[in-house]
Design a protein around this ligand. Structure first.
Ligand code: IMP
Ligand code: MG
Length: 176
């Protein structure tokens, strides 16, 4: 498949404005306690950086890289950890930061795995949510935007590892 066109769905200004709102809400929910942000590489890198700047609580950053498997092998699938966190999350307030929730499989597995490490609290924030595509239930605490079931790129999201650097979020138009 070749990309014919990328149609802007959310402008840089719209995304930035929403991230400021999320940052304010998360800051108020933290009550000044430190917060450990977990960035799921690579897609949520841009979102995590911008969100972290809008949170007023003391923020710690850690990074994790996973790949999802198992769409055909079980209903919830499984994840392989490619890069684990550098530090322990035991006793910490943790916010998992994701670019997009699609089927929900990745997040479902990841939340299960992180809960076993005994954080004080574990919440989930996603920039984008495609609720129509959900296969596995995931409790999401903060959602930037709900979008329809169409493939998007930009602001960290890729098509074949490209277009992550677009400052906006766009729908991909392909030609066969
Ligand atoms: P899930 O396990 O099906 O929820 O998978 C979520 C992952 O699929 C995201 O972290 C993205 O890497 C990828 N993904 C899902 N939808 C899109 C999209 O529209 N554009 C780019 N990546 C996507
Ligand atoms: Mg991803």
């Amino acid at each position: 498949m070749k990309i014919r066109k990328i149609n802007v769905h959310l402008t840089e200004e719209e995304v930035d404005a929403r991230i400021r709102e999320l940052g304010a809400q998360i800051s108020s929910d933290c009550g000044g306690e430190p917060l450990c942000l977990i960035c799921i590489l690579k897609g949520s890198i841009f979102f995590t950086c911008e969100l972290a700047k809008r949170i007023t609580a003391p923020v710690e950053l850690d990074f994790m890289s996973v790949s999802s498997y198992g769409a055909g092998t079980s209903s919830s699938g499984s994840v392989e950890i490619r890069k684990d966190l550098d530090g322990s999350i035991e006793g910490k307030n943790v916010l998992l930061v994701e670019d997009i929730i699609d089927s929900g499989r990745t997040l479902h597995c990841l939340l299960d795995l992180l809960k076993k490490r005994n954080p004080k609290s574990l919440r989930l924030c996603t920039l984008l949510d495609k609720p129509d595509r959900r296969v596995v239930d995931v409790a999401v605490d903060y959602v930037g935007f709900e979008i329809p079931d169409q493939f998007v790129v930009g602001y960290g999201l890729d098509y074949d590892q490209k277009y992550r650097n677009l400052p906006y979020i766009g729908f991909v138009e392909t030609e066969e």
